[in-house]
Design a protein around this ligand. Sequence first.
Ligand code: GTP
Ligand code: MG
Length: 201
Amino acid sequence: MKIKSAEFVLSNSDVAKCPTKNIPEYAFIGRSNVGKSSLINMLTSRKSLAKTSGRPGKTQLINHFLINEEWYLVDLPGYGYARVSKSAKKTFQKFITQYFALREQLVTGFVLVDIRHKPQPIDLDFMKWLGENGIPFSIIFTKADKLKPKAIENHVEDYKKILLETWEEVPNYFITSSSKDVGKEEVLEYIDSLNANMELD
Ligand code: GTP
Ligand code: MG
């Protein structure tokens, strides 16, 4: 899919104030610093459309980006960032879960996990919560440039094993590197196919 236009629309912490246009929407979620904002920049080929930082906790609001004037990409704050004060952390969690529970335009979520780490309870719990609430999601492994191909394979296999303890099937997944432009076409083609299905309904 070709990205002809990508523009920031608005940021807020209240799902009721998100854009009202009824067009397909895709959201990126995962631990702070996993690479959600960087992935949005890679997918859109815009270096600084979404704000990124080496320090966790950069994205603090729900950010909508309009793509090709037809669908939204949504950048969300990370979860599991211990240095955010407890009350702020709670707020994040509430508006994140409210976003997923209430946003009817959401076609699918993408849960990002750092390919270098063993499966983390917080990510598995978030996926479980999505499943229990009937919210479709795919997994996006990030930072694949940090591992050699064999290690990538091993880490993905380990992840699949853990997922199969909870899920009947392994969810759809992608292997990406925002710094090396890996996985871009695969994710965009997937979104394109979902957009096409929506139009058939
Ligand atoms: P929060 O907004 O704090 O939740 O973080 P985020 O998930 O949006 O992460 P962000 O995109 O800001 O990236 C965090 C750090 O990881 C930055 O220093 C990025 O440069 C780095 N990073 C992101 N993606 C990749 C990647 O694919 N490869 C490598 N090597 N670094 C990456
Ligand atoms: Mg971010």
